[in-house]
Design a protein around this ligand. Structure first.
Ligand code: NI
Length: 138
């Protein structure tokens, strides 16, 4: 079993704010991330696919095709957007990295399978800052 990864980048704005809570509780839990007028991050998304190399190509997955898939299905929908307001699959959800990767997984998992009969999605790693990231295995 070989693991192959592609890293993509996007910039997006969000805020972490629970409308069911008071201003004070939001401040207490989310700190400056609850700031009403948004803030941005330079996100890095690492998509890892696993499988066995195709005997004809030697590839687990064609990385060019994987990159195009991530760009068309994810990056084009979130890059330079407001994650709370502009992204249909985040509607009604807290715009946290945890919720983002779970939504990304739902979109990518069936599409990665179609890239090749020998590969499947293994994990998604989303960096919000160089020091903070989440990882999801479906
Ligand atoms: Ni933030």
């Amino acid at each position: 079993m070989i693991f192959v990864s592609r890293k993509e980048h996007f910039n997006a704005a969000h805020k972490l704010y629970n409308p069911k809570w008071s201003e004070e509780k939001n401040r207490e839990v989310f700190g400056p991330c609850a700031n009403h007028n948004w803030h941005g991050h330079n996100f890095e998304l690492i998509v890892t696919v696993k499988g066995n190399p195709d005997p004809d190509t030697g590839f687990v997955v064609d990385l060019k095709k994987l990159s195009l898939l991530i760009k068309s299905e994810i990056i084009d929908k979130v890059d330079h957007r407001n994650l709370n307001m502009d992204v249909d699959f985040m509607e009604g959800k807290m715009a946290s990295c945890e919720n983002l990767v779970m939504e990304f997984w739902k979109i990518l998992e069936p599409r990665v399978k179609k890239l090749g009969s020998l590969c499947e999605l293994h994990s998604l790693k989303l960096y919000e800052t160089p020091r903070n990231y989440v990882e999801y295995f479906g």
